[in-house]
Design a protein around this ligand. Structure first.
Ligand code: B16
Ligand code: MG
Length: 218
């Protein structure tokens, strides 16, 4: 399929920028209220997972139950804290090589889009000043199913009129890789091959990464 790439979909957190550290700080603060210290290992389980589902895990680890109304309040409390933390995001926070790779895609007439679970996607892209780099943006406000459901990626294909078979997804979370594969797309993992065993290929990041590096792999 690699010769017919027509669209590249990028996850946001962990692929374009590290906002996971801010999610971690905000969830950790909430977990403290429930009397425990959220570990880095637990935080890994929140990557790529929607806000509401993350909260469910936070409450589960605390061994507490909350009503739907209380859950809404807790989710918005965490989000207020998170939004405060990401105010300092700036263009220099974009991971190395991302903009260069997108420029290469554009010169090869390959469409680009975002497929993120985050409802703060637009804010983050604006802070990084890269909103205009994408032909389409799908975020957590536009989906009803969480990853590993492929909806967040399929919506870009539908909007741009491109088949999943001609699409590559870049993802840092195992659930996101699962979502891309479930949608019939080629999945490139960003990070550790040991964590992302289901990906078609795994790269450490976009630094010096070229379109030809995908063609080089069958
Ligand atoms: P929000 P991604 C995901 O972004 C994060 O990895 C995950 O930790 C977060 O809970 C989710 O967005 C929702 O974010 O609370 O801002 O709506 O990796 O899908 O770009
Ligand atoms: Mg991610």
């Amino acid at each position: 399929m690699t010769k017919q790439i027509k669209l590249c979909i990028f996850d946001l957190d962990g692929v374009i920028v590290d906002t996971a550290k801010y999610h971690y700080l905000a969830w950790r603060e909430l977990a403290k209220e429930f009397g425990y210290d959220l570990t880095g290992k637990q935080n890994e389980k929140l990557k790529g997972v929607s806000r509401n589902q993350s909260l469910k895990l936070i409450l589960q680890w605390a061994g507490v139950k909350k009503t739907v109304k209380e859950q809404k309040l807790l989710a918005s409390k965490k989000n207020n804290q998170y939004v405060k933390l990401i105010q300092s995001l700036k263009p220099e926070d974009i991971f190395p090589g991302v903009k260069e790779f997108i420029t290469e895609l554009k010169s090869n007439k390959i469409a680009t889009s975002i497929g993120s679970a985050s409802k703060n996607t637009r804010l983050i892209l604006d802070k990084l000043q890269i909103t205009d780099l994408f032909d389409y943006i799908v975020d957590g406000n536009m989906t009803t199913h969480s990853k590993p459901h492929p909806e967040v990626f399929l919506k870009s294909c539908e909007a741009l009129g491109i088949k999943p078979q001609n699409t590559i997804v870049f993802e840092d979370a195992p659930k996101g890789i699962e979502a891309a594969l479930a949608g019939g797309m080629y999945a490139i993992g960003i990070g550790d091959p040991i964590e992302l065993t289901n990906a078609n290929m795994v790269i450490p990041g976009f630094n010096n990464f070229k379109l030809n590096d995908i063609f080089a792999v069958k």
